[in-house]
Design a protein around this ligand. Structure first.
Ligand code: ZN
Length: 311
């Protein structure tokens, strides 16, 4: 081998080393982790914890109903390119298994409700666990652990963000409980269309009546509607709420026949569009609490209240 051969051999070796170093370094240091969350609330939690380490997309967007979602080919393509998928679980995303198969996605699937104390009725789990802010903290911990696992180089910043965001959830949880405690227990009874607020009711001492069950995939039965109208009249339950994901017609009938009043719109299973009142998990909670309190205890609604601050 003469001198020039040696030179080229060294050059090629140097190029190979450079290339292989770039290949291993690129995913963790250059490109954000591509996360697909099943619905808007999980996407918001993930953005809060992940910051610029993640690039998050939601399959079911603002004001959309995850119970009856029909995935498109574009959703399958999005899933195919994901590094991480985050779902609620507890049968909330009945369409997910088929979508995962169709997409060919083989990466990790994080179930955000892991370790949540699940409410059940006749053995069936209530999926709406995010409606208790203490469960929100469990979601945060599950998502944090998954992001750290996927991007260990960013563990410190991810842990820091999760802790700061978790502290906001704790503060809002305590403020929410205090606000409802100030309202007489006999007034804390309201009506929504689908039974999405069982965790909220148990956490903050509010009784939610609903003609429809835990899913929106079947209509409220005539018997349930008739019974609810009777109960409204007998027990003078007046506060009726619309939901951002549901058709308001049945609720307007309950108001007419049961003698109720529409108290506003609650955000049950989806955030509102960006820039509107309930466009983050924290703002959704503040909006729902303020809307319910205003309807059941108008005098308490004007009292000073804690705010969660930034999203
Ligand atoms: Zn629901």
């Amino acid at each position: 081998m003469n001198y020039s051969h040696l030179f080229f051999a060294k050059l090629i070796l140097a190029l190979l080393v450079t290339c292989s170093t770039n290949v291993t370094a690129a995913p963790d240091q250059v490109r954000p982790l591509r996360v697909v969350a099943s619905f808007s609330i999980l996407a918001d939690l993930t953005r809060n914890i992940g910051g610029d380490v993640v690039d998050v997309a939601a399959l079911v967007g603002p004001d959309a109903d995850a119970h009856v979602f029909e995935p498109s080919p574009a959703d399958a393509r999005r899933l195919a390119q994901a590094d991480l998928v985050i779902v609620n679980g507890l049968h909330f995303e009945g369409w997910l298994a088929r979508l995962i198969t169709a997409s060919g996605y083989r990466g990790p699937i994080v179930v955000a409700t892991t370790n949540v104390n699940v409410r059940r009725g006749r053995g069936v789990p209530d999926p709406h666990a995010w409606q208790d802010l203490r469960n929100g903290r469990i979601y945060v911990e599950n998502i944090r652990a998954a992001l750290v696992n996927a991007r260990p180089a960013h563990a410190a910043s991810l842990n820091e963000r999760a802790e700061a965001y978790g502290a906001k959830l704790v503060a809002l949880d305590q403020a929410t409980r205090a606000r409802f405690t100030a309202v007489p227990a006999s007034s804390r009874r309201v009506i929504t269309l689908h039974d999405a607020f069982g965790y909220f009711g148990a956490a903050y001492g509010v009784e939610f009546l609903a003609p429809q069950g835990w899913s929106t995939d079947s209509e409220a039965s005539a018997a349930n509607v008739a019974q609810l109208i009777r109960q409204m009249r007998e027990q003078r339950v007046r506060a009726v709420f619309l939901e951002n994901i549901s058709d308001p017609r049945l609720m307007l009938r309950l108001v007419r026949e049961g003698g109720g009043v529409i108290g506003g719109t609650l955000y049950s299973d989806a955030l509102s569009p960006p820039g509107t009142a309930a466009d983050t998990y924290l703002r959704m909670f503040e909006h729902n609490t303020a809307t319910i309190i205003k309807a059941i205890a108008p005098s308490a609604a004007t009292a000073p209240r804690a705010t969660a601050g930034a999203p």
